[in-house]
Design a protein around this ligand. Structure first.
Ligand SMILES: Nc1ncnc2c1ncn2[C@@H]1O[C@H](COP(=O)(O)OP(=O)(O)O)[C@@H](O)[C@H]1O
Ligand SMILES: [Mg+2]
Length: 335
């Protein structure tokens, strides 16, 4: 194992039981029903890098985030952080691992306790993990953290409702950093914010990454947001990873037809001459997914094999792609 490797996600799957209540099922003679939110997903994240997960709503992004921070448990597969699994460690090792992995949620209005002062919100992880001695030191830490995220030490006496969305996300970042983590799972951290505020938060996150040597899993439904943040990008479709490429490579030579569809939908800010196309079709239900490649009903390159056999992952130009058309050279590599 390379020492550069920080997070390994191996063959991760998560099925949710979406059956009707037992008695209804018995009376209506219905079987149990499962929804596959995450389907055999694997990826690695190197220390100090940003790995982005991108996909439309319902593609399984938040489920993967929750699995990584151990809020929910996988149906199968493994998540290793520095070679260790949260599911298989106990005592001090578990506590340290728990501290090193923190999460920032999408909604800065829901993720902060409205009844707590900002200072107490940020101090909680410091107390819980015993990272400072005495009230004076805790308070000094809180002030430093507020300063690092562009707020003022005086803000610790206020309540979350006294802040704007962007400022609240800064508070959430300060709270995550107070645990002195190495790894942050950021689940659409700027999706609820205005565009101008988004850019400020993204810049802040990049500055903090450099200063503290942080590693990020950055989740977004928007490829243009991750373009400048991510070293690698994983594209999810209906719970499956369809493409995993270096960021530049993904934008230059998208290999999967779905990645191309997402790229074609981005407004052409850089005036590259690309025509903007609408994303077409809808994501099918993950309860009853299409056979073969689950993308085939929306894919212009699909043939009979695509409708019948699940594509295997193959490598082209350092990208990992799950697509028969791409594997069989039925689509040209340059976009
Ligand atoms: N607790 C749950 N019970 C049942 N289905 C769920 C649950 N959580 C998520 N899902 C379903 O799993 C799929 C993936 O959801 P999610 O991971 O939230 O996607 P994303 O974050 O990409 O929008 C969706 O179809 C969603 O409805
Ligand atoms: Mg989500």
């Amino acid at each position: 194992m390379s020492s550069d490797l920080l997070l390994e996600v191996k063959n991760l799957s998560c099925h949710f039981d979406v059956s009707k209540p037992w008695l209804n099922r018995l009376i209506e003679r219905e079987p149990q029903r499962f929804l596959t939110a995450v389907d055999n997903v694997s990826f690695n994240i190197n220390r100090g890098e940003t790995f982005a997960l991108v996909g439309e709503s319902g593609s399984g992004k938040s489920t993967i985030a929750k699995l990584i921070v151990d809020l929910i448990h996988p149906s199968s597969g493994q998540i290793l952080f520095d070679g260790l699994s949260l599911r298989e460690t106990q005592g001090e090792t578990f506590k340290t691992l728990r501290r090193r992995i923190q999460m920032i949620f999408q909604d800065p209005f829901a993720s902060l306790n409205p009844r707590w002062r900002v200072g107490d919100i940020i101090a909680e992880p410091i107390d819980a993990f015993g990272l400072a001695k005495g009230q004076g030191e805790v308070s000094k830490r809180v002030e430093t953290l507020l300063d690092k995220v562009g707020l003022s030490g005086r803000d610790q006496h206020k309540y979350p409702h006294e802040f704007s969305g962007g400022q609240r996300q800064r508070i959430a970042i300060a709270r995550a950093l107070s645990a002195q983590p190495d790894f942050l799972v950021c689940d659409e951290p700027t999706s609820a914010l205005d565009v101008s505020v988004q850019a400020q938060i993204l810049n802040l996150m990049q500055d903090l990454q450099d200063e503290f040597g942080l590693t990020y899993l950055f989740i977004s439904h928007d490829l243009s947001v991750v373009k400048h943040m991510a070293n690698r990008i994983g594209v999810l479709y209906l719970g499956s990873m369809v493409e995993n490429s270096e960021s530049d490579q993904l934008f230059k030579q998208p290999a999967h037809p779905y990645t191309r569809m997402l790229l074609d939908a981005i407004p052409d800010h850089e005036m590259s001459g690309r025509r903007r196309k609408q994303v077409t079709g809808e994501i099918p239900s993950p309860i009853d997914p299409p056979s073969g490649c689950t993308f085939h009903p929306r894919c212009e390159f699909a043939n009979t094999k695509c409708t019948q056999e699940r594509p295997k992952i193959h490598e082209i130009n350092g990208s990992f792609v799950s697509c028969w058309a791409s594997a069989e050279n039925r689509i040209s590599i340059s976009s």
